[in-house]
Structures are given as structure tokens and as C-alpha cells.
Design a protein around this ligand. Structure first.
Ligand code: HEC
Length: 145
């Protein structure tokens, strides 16, 4: 067998191994938002028939401080911020502390292709608790709990 032939077989084997390895490597679990228009909501949110007074307080603060990126009703805004009414943000995966931390420290992008979330100023712990209360009410209405 001549050297050229050996080299060719070696290259083919390497290519096969590489393609196998690429297939086996799990893709980062980023939900796909590619087909949705920029700025449009990312999920359909079912709203509760009525919001309690506490939930309304949270909604009002959310609308001022978070909706610019997370969308009305936290349905997400493509290109800006993810929907918080999403299984990723269910209480067992993103507990209430994750919301406090997100506002206080910002968030390094890791689930979505929208960049980092900045620190959100001008919120008391009580304000953030109200936001979480509101988000959880809407999450439950959408079967996320
Ligand atoms: C300037 C845009 C912007 C604003 C304003 C904003 N967020 Fe975010 N937020 C993001 C982005 C983008 C992400 C997704 C990061 C990623 O890729 O995981 C995010 C992620 C989060 C997360 C998930 C954190 C984690 O641990 O993964 C929470 C909770 C959150 N935001 C809550 C809030 C709340 C509450 C407010 C309002 C007080 C708010 N955000 C305002 C852009 C924003």
C-alpha cells in the first residue's frame, strides 16, 4: 500500500470521526426565536380572568421596569428579552431569589440570544416581591408551576 493511499484513508477516517462527534455534541439548549419578528411577543400568554390587588401592584411595577424587554404580560419581546411565562422560569428552576438577583446584579446571557440583562435600579425588595407574585400568578394560569 503506498503512502498516498494510507493518507487518504486516514483523512476519510478523521472526517467520519469528526462528523460523528459533531452529531453527538448536544446543541446549547437555546429556545429558538428565529422565526418571530423583532420586538414581537415570543409566547402566547393566557391571562387570569381577574388579577388580585397584589398581582396588579406587581403588574404595574413590571410594566414600568421590566416590560420594555420582557414584553407585556411577560410574553417576551424578540430580540430584547425572554418570556418569563415560560417553563424555564418555573419556581423550581428560577426561584424567587433569581428575580431578586436578576434585578440587583443583572444577568449574563445564558438561555437566550438577547445579550445580558442590566442591573435594574430604583426597586425595593418589596417591589421585586410584588413582581414575582404577579409573574407566579400568570405562570400558574399558563400551567407553569
Ligand atoms: C434591558 C432589557 C431587560 C430589562 C429592562 C429586564 N430584563 Fe430581565 N432579562 C433580560 C434578558 C436579555 C434576559 C435573558 C438572559 C439569558 O439569556 O438567560 C433576562 C433574564 C431575566 C431573568 C432570568 C434570570 C436567570 O437567572 O436566568 C429574570 C428572573 C428576569 N430577567 C427578571 C427581570 C425583571 C423582574 C425585570 C424588571 C425589574 C427585568 N428582568 C428587566 C433583559 C431585561
Amino acid at each position: 500500500m503506498n503512502k498516498k493511499y494510507m493518507l487518504l484513508i486516514g483523512l476519510i477516517a478523521a472526517a467520519l470521526l469528526l462528523s460523528f462527534w459533531i452529531k453527538q455534541t448536544p446543541q446549547h439548549s437555546m429556545p429558538r426565536a428565529g422565526k418571530i419578528e423583532q420586538g414581537a411577543s415570543i409566547v402566547d400568554v393566557i391571562l387570569p380572568a381577574a388579577l388580585s390587588k397584589n398581582a396588579k401592584t406587581g403588574e404595574a411595577i413590571f410594566n414600568v421596569k421590566c416590560a420594555a424587554c420582557h414584553g407585556s404580560n411577560a410574553a417576551g419581546k424578540n430580540g430584547m428579552g425572554p418570556p418569563l411565562i415560560h417553563k424555564i422560569y418555573e419556581p423550581s428552576h428560577h426561584g424567587d431569589f433569581a428575580f431578586l438577583s436578576a434585578a440587583r446584579n443583572g444577568v449574563q446571557s445564558h438561555h437566550w440570544p438577547f445579550g445580558n440583562m442590566p442591573i435594574i435600579t430604583g426597586l425595593t425588595d418589596g417591589d421585586i416581591k410584588s413582581i414575582v407574585f404577579y409573574i407566579r400568578v400568570v405562570q400558574r394560569e399558563n400551567g407553569i408551576n
